[in-house]
Design a protein around this ligand. Structure first.
Ligand SMILES: NC(=O)c1ccc[n+]([C@@H]2O[C@H](COP(=O)([O-])OP(=O)(O)OC[C@H]3O[C@@H](n4cnc5c(N)ncnc54)[C@H](O)[C@@H]3O)[C@@H](O)[C@H]2O)c1
Length: 365
């Protein structure tokens, strides 16, 4: 079993990665907690496939196991569901020794973490992430949140799990669209930090190739996230590199009211567009944008803005919660594997997003 240790001030915990681990998560949980009660938070899809296995495994070890099952989907990361989960916990007489377990994708992980950070002023929780996004990104680093009607992740905190239990085999049951959606974040890690990961991804021609190398992919992404989060836990500096493609991506998600693109798809478009802008401004090694575009196509991801009103999109980007009084930060790259943070003139961004010549160029490829 691979173990990656997160070393943060006051929070040390391990990420455990192994095929089939979901069937034996109790081994890790028993080592960590002498508690009586465990409450599993999951969604209907994931619990329907893996719930019985996880519950039975824990019950064999004498835990009293309770469950809270949400509807699948982003709408579940809501204030209403916070109230629902708190009520369930009180109904189960959960106390400060009770351990919460998030079994699911990023939605379940984010809301469970937020509940853990607030219920009785904080209880312990573990993550058993089951989607690509959650295994390489959302379960690591302690960002927990719920959405408001007016925007995503607007209410949240930093609250780390006691362990992250990653079983790559569960990705076999993940819907194809969500699988590639998560691969957008994997590609992002390669672009910002690891040329070798990026070139290896270029060599994976289909889903079978990816799955054959999935432990390497997950552990490399977790390593990069660990390294960045340890340097900047509270997201005021280097951690912002993880937002490569996200400024345009978040804008696009909101522009289409979260209906047209999944998060990963919108980030994919954002990564390609910002690479194109960087190349046109002479900031990037020539040919980089084409490599980004080609890998996105290979992984069935979109790579250009189609039909959106750029002026409206830029206005949405300006209101992003990641913007500061001083303006909007963009994550830029010099070449694959080398990212940095800088401000761009929004007039340049607008002009280049609209630029027809290059758009035609892209269409020809
Ligand atoms: N906290 C962070 O640092 C962070 C980072 C990135 C994303 N996020 C958040 O993560 C969320 C997106 O996560 P997601 O993409 O995992 O979405 P998700 O949790 O909605 O999961 C996607 C879909 O896949 C299903 N699913 C998950 N695992 C499965 C499996 N093994 N087999 C079958 N079906 C499965 C789910 O039921 C759901 O329908 C967003 O809310 C985003 O804001 C948080």
């Amino acid at each position: 079993m691979q173990q990656i240790k997160m070393n943060l001030p006051g929070h040390e915990y391990n990420l455990f990665i192994e095929r089939g681990l979901i069937k034996a998560s109790s081994v890790i949980i028993c080592e960590l907690f002498k508690c009586k009660k465990i409450v599993i938070v999951s969604d209907k899809n994931v619990f329907g496939i893996y719930g019985k296995t996880v519950v039975e495994d824990l019950m064999v070890h004498g835990y009293e196991v309770h469950t809270v099952i949400l509807d699948p989907g982003e709408e579940s990361k809501s204030i209403e569901n916070l109230q629902y989960i708190y009520d369930k916990l009180l109904g189960y007489s959960a106390n400060r020794d009770t351990v919460l377990t998030a079994l699911g994708g990023g939605v379940v992980g984010d809301i469970t973490g937020f509940v853990a950070s607030t219920f009785l002023r904080g209880v312990r929780y573990i993550q058993i992430p089951t989607s690509v996004v959650s295994q390489v990104d959302s379960s690591i680093g302690g960002k927990v949140a719920v959405n408001l009607k007016r925007g995503k992740n607007l209410i949240g905190s930093f609250y780390h799990p006691s362990a992250v239990i990653i079983d790559p085999e569960v990705l076999n049951t993940l819907d194809e669209r969500y699988f590639y959606d998560g691969m957008a974040e994997v590609i992002k890690y390669g672009i910002i930090r690891d040329e070798e990961l990026f070139s290896n991804l270029e060599g994976y021609k289909n889903k079978n190739d990816i799955l054959a190398n999935i432990e390497y992919i997950i552990s490399r992404c977790c390593d990069i996230k660990k390294e960045i989060v340890e340097k900047d836990e509270k997201d005021t500096g280097e951690r912002m590199l993880l937002n490569f493609g996200h400024t345009i991506g978040h804008g696009l998600e909101a522009y289409y009211d979260y209906k047209r693109y999944t998060h990963g798809e919108a980030v994919a478009v954002g990564m390609c567009e910002i690479s194109r802008i960087g190349e046109q401004l002479g900031l990037i090694k020539k040919g980089t944008k084409d490599r980004v575009k080609e890998i996105l196509e290979q992984f069935h991801l979109p790579f250009r803005i189609e039909g959106a009103d750029v002026e409206k999109l830029i206005n949405i980007m300006k209101n992003d919660k990641k913007s500061f009084d001083s303006g909007l930060n963009f994550i830029l790259i010099r070449k694959i594997g080398d990212a940095y943070i800088d401000k761009l003139d929004l007039n340049d961004v607008k002009r280049l997003l609209i630029a027809k010549e290059d758009r035609n160029g892209i269409n020809k490829n």
